[in-house]
Design a protein around this ligand. Structure first.
Ligand code: AMP
Ligand code: TRP
Length: 341
């Protein structure tokens, strides 16, 4: 193989922000994939608190939120013996490499990022520099470990493309062909983009003011069933093919959720339910969702009851993560020509 191509081992990295309780979108877009990947790959999963502070956070609750996301990782089935689980701010390599990458990334690349435009809103002059540079830190997260594969939801596609651009640019600028891999997103499949239950054109989000818009991992069976019953759909029965669902966003979303939970294709769901209305479909979907989510919620309560155990997992994870990142950072410093490297 050519020296211009990365030839190191495969490694998986992903991150979740400690900015609120996780929901079905996070589960299907991210956590469920993490749990499967830990069986087949070297995996590193990170609670990204440095990313969280790109928007205002309360210092009194940030570390609690970090523990909560860690607990959700564990309750969803991540095993600290199989995967490295840690907090971003506990490993210095992230901040250091982010600065270095700030000098490789180009303003024009960041100006195109749709998440920045969404989060900054109308008054982008008042947004923090950190919010603008957010995707550069994300590239540093991944590349500090030379990770090759990144499981994320559809909303992270553009950030992953930027990570590839940054890796390529660094390799070229410092004449270090193949030094960083060009990380590949793992996005495909139903569940990559779960939409709000109240508005099928908006993604399901932690920050939506309406709790009815999302199913939280902590919701009990009754709450889940009620939210699905109230989900916005239409009076038409389900068609026999996905094309016929165009323009019926709420309906398409529920079909997608069903498919992701059952581990089948959207078409397979329609093969089963074509001709039936939502009065028949929603109770089936509720049952499937309750069976997938309530065991996690119950386990979450158990894990949350032992914060000392969560802290032990995070301490051990930080040591293991540093041990992987530090030799890579030593090479980076040498490649750049820093004194003493
Ligand atoms: P965040 O909560 O923004 O840190 O997202 C954590 C992970 O969940 C990322 O991989 C996101 O892409 C994924 N994710 C967030 N919202 C959704 C959604 N509505 N559908 C699918 N994946 C999502
Ligand atoms: N930006 C991601 C999100 O909001 C979280 C994240 C930070 C991430 N660093 C990462 C995801 C590295 C994958 C890899 O969902």
């Amino acid at each position: 193989m050519s020296a211009h191509v990365y030839t190191g081992p495969e490694r998986v990295f992903s991150g979740v922000q400690p900015t609120g309780a996780l929901h079905l979108g996070n589960y299907l877009g991210a956590l469920k994939k993490f749990v499967a990947l830990q069986e087949t790959h070297d995996c590193i999963f990170c609670v990204v608190d440095l990313h969280a502070i790109t928007m205002p956070q309360d210092p009194k609750t940030l570390s609690q939120n970090t523990r909560k996301i860690t607990a959700a990782f564990l309750a969803a089935g991540l095993d600290p013996k199989k995967a490295v689980i840690f907090v971003q701010s506990a490993v210095r390599a992230h901040s250091e490499l982010a600065w270095i990458f700030n000098c490789s990334a180009r303003m024009g690349w960041l100006e195109r990022m749709t998440q920045f435009k969404d989060k900054a809103g109308k008054d982008k002059e008042r947004a923090s520099v950190g919010l603008f540079a957010y995707p550069v830190l994300q590239a540093a997260d991944i590349l500090a470990y030379k990770a090759t594969h990144v499981p994320v939801g559809e909303d992270q596609k553009q950030h992953l493309e930027l990570s590839r651009d940054i890796a390529e640019r660094f390799n070229r600028d410092y004449d270090a062909p193949g030094f960083f891999p060009l990380p590949e997103p793992l996005i495909k499949g139903p569940g990559a983009r779960v939409m709000s239950l109240k508005d099928g054109t908006k993604k399901m989000s932690k920050s939506d003011p309406s709790d009815l818009s999302r199913i939280n991992l902590e919701d009990d069976a009754d709450t889940i069933a009620r939210k699905i019953k109230k989900a916005r759909t239409d009076p038409e029965p389900l068609p026999d093919n996905m094309d016929a669902l165009k323009g019926r966003d709420g309906a398409a979303n529920l079909v997608g959720i069903y498919a992701a939970l059952a581990g089948i294709s959207d078409q397979a769901v329609l093969d089963e339910y074509a001709g039936q209305g939502f009065g028949a479909f929603k109770p089936k979907l509720a049952e499937l969702t309750v069976n997938a989510i309530t065991p996690i919620g119950q386990d979450l309560a158990r894990v949350n009851a032992d914060p000392a155990q969560i802290d032990l997992v995070l301490k051990d994870g930080a040591m293991r993560a540093s041990a992987i990142a530090e030799p890579i950072m030593e090479e980076v410093r040498r490649i750049i020509g820093f004194w003493g490297a």
